[in-house]
Design a protein around this ligand. Structure first.
Ligand code: EPU
Length: 422
């Protein structure tokens, strides 16, 4: 397992380009199974999660190839309805095969995803949605088995205790595009990744109204065709770069940071006295050389609220603010695996329920730490940039799942970073 060595205290300087959004392209790969025609996806990030998804798509019988940098071609002339445990267990996002397989083949057997380090991640809403579409759904030997022969459009309220569901919404949209009749999803996820998925589906011939709002209406069509689609930039990666630039007191131009997708983060950063200059609709500039970071109170929420996927990185940043910050998690109340590791670097953070209470201003010092999940790993990188001395982050395969070329991008910004191969 590779690890990263980072020598802190070095300001990031220069410009960085954001890659395509992981959480958009994973369901898009699944969406390519809705047609037997060729689908071409561009601006696909080079990530291990993308390669896992490609492996699964190929195992299901589709032809898939990475024809050029960031370009994947998928043609699913034949598809098997069974997504086996051995493949699905590698990546939870493979649950989003459930909708497309049910729609295309009228049956699906997708291994039920298991536990997850960021907390309970049930799939009851996915199942509720499929049942509402008049599918018969059973859990058998660890598999979600769907009989979709009588699938038809329906009105579905798709909210749970923690609000809307992103991959659940993707699944129900992808199922209903080929269902007879009209489907109305209420409390649909509004995340830009869902809007981008809908754009792709509409180009394939689907009829979808209201994407990006909590009410999405889908009118089923008999078949979909091929498509060429470019994946939107990754707003979480963009936010991570803004936060990393601030923590290192650097000057960084982030290309591919879309203002319209980052409103909640910009608002929180403004409260933290961190000014972000909007250079264009797609780029932002941070000059943190003289910024005095102020403590904040912030709560993660479904989009357009503050993303849970930026919570860990903000915790790392707030170790640099003078005063007490409170960051509350409303999506995954247990998503604080980064806290003990940050404390090993000298951070003063305590947990109270679903909140992290951060007494900022303590000096961080480099230490051996362990990455536990993707965003916790990003938080450790950010802390390492701000710390004195060397930080050794082990298990960085988590980072490679979701940040394309993170070490090369950091090195190009002047970070003292080395990947140690094992
Ligand atoms: N939930 C339920 N029942 C369900 C589904 C979800 O109660 O059937 C709950 C979850 O437990 C959670 C909340 O609803 O409390 C939201 O979960 P959601 O279903 O939206 O999460 P997801 O679709 O499994 C996606 C991203 C995550 C991101 C969340 C929240 C993908 C592939 N994953 O997960 O990304 O944290 O939405 O925005 O899109 C990451 O990139 O690091 C990551 C974990």
């Amino acid at each position: 397992m590779d690890s990263l060595l980072i020598n802190g205290g070095c300001r990031l300087n220069g410009e960085v380009s954001v890659s395509g959004a992981k959480n958009a392209c994973l369901p898009m790969f699944a969406a390519a199974l809705l047609t037997d025609q060729k689908c071409v996806l561009k601006n696909v990030p080079d990530l291990s999660d993308v390669r896992f998804m490609a492996e699964i798509i190929s195992a299901l019988g589709a032809e898939i190839s990475n024809t050029a940098s960031g370009v994947w071609e998928i043609q699913a002339k034949n598809v098997s309805p069974i997504a086996p445990y051995d493949l699905v267990r590698k990546m939870r996002a493979s649950i989003c095969l459930l909708g497309p397989l049910s729609a295309r083949l009228k049956k699906a057997q997708v291994s039920m995803p298991g536990g997850c380090v960021i907390g309970a991640r049930p799939v009851d809403l996915h199942i509720k949605g499929m049942k509402a579409l008049n599918c018969n759904v059973e859990i058998d030997k660890g598999y979600i088995c769907v009989d979709a022969r009588r699938m038809r459009g329906a009105n579905i309220y798709l909210g749970g205790r923690y609000g809307s569901t992103v991959t659940g919404t993707a699944n129900i949209i992808m199922a209903s595009v080929l269902a007879v009749g009209t489907t109305v999803i209420e409390n649909a996820a509004c995340e830009p990744e869902i809007t981008d998925l809908c754009k792709m589906l509409v180009k394939m011939g689907a009829i979808i109204d209201g994407a990006g709002s909590p009410t999405i209406t889908i009118t089923g069509v008999p078949r979909l065709g091929g498509v060429e689609h470019s994946v939107l930039p990754d707003r979480i990666e963009a936010g991570t770069w803004l936060i990393a630039a601030l923590a290192s007191k650097g000057k960084v131009l982030v290309k591919g940071a879309l203002k319209r997708h980052l409103g909640s983060l910009l608002d929180v950063l403004e409260k933290a006295n961190c000014e972000i200059e909007i250079r264009s609709a797609t780029s932002m500039y941070v000059d943190a050389s003289k910024v005095k970071i102020m403590p904040i109170e912030a709560t993660t929420l479904p989009y357009p609220g503050l993303p849970t996927d930026l919570q860990a990185q903000l915790c790392a940043l707030m170790t640099q603010a003078k005063g007490i910050s409170i960051i509350t998690e409303r999506i995954y109340p247990e998503r604080f695996m980064h806290v003990p590791e940050l404390c090993r670097m000298g951070a003063e953070i305590s947990r109270e329920g679903a909140s992290a209470i951060i007494s900022g201003g303590a000096r961080l010092s480099g230490a051996p730490v362990m990455a536990s999940d993707l965003r916790a790993s990003a938080a450790l990188v950010i802390a390492a940039l701000a710390a004195e001395g060397q930080t050794h982050i082990s298990r960085i395969y988590h980072l490679d799942r979701g940040y394309e070329g993170i070490d090369t991008k950091l090195a190009s910004l002047g970070a003292k970073i080395e990947r140690v191969k094992e």
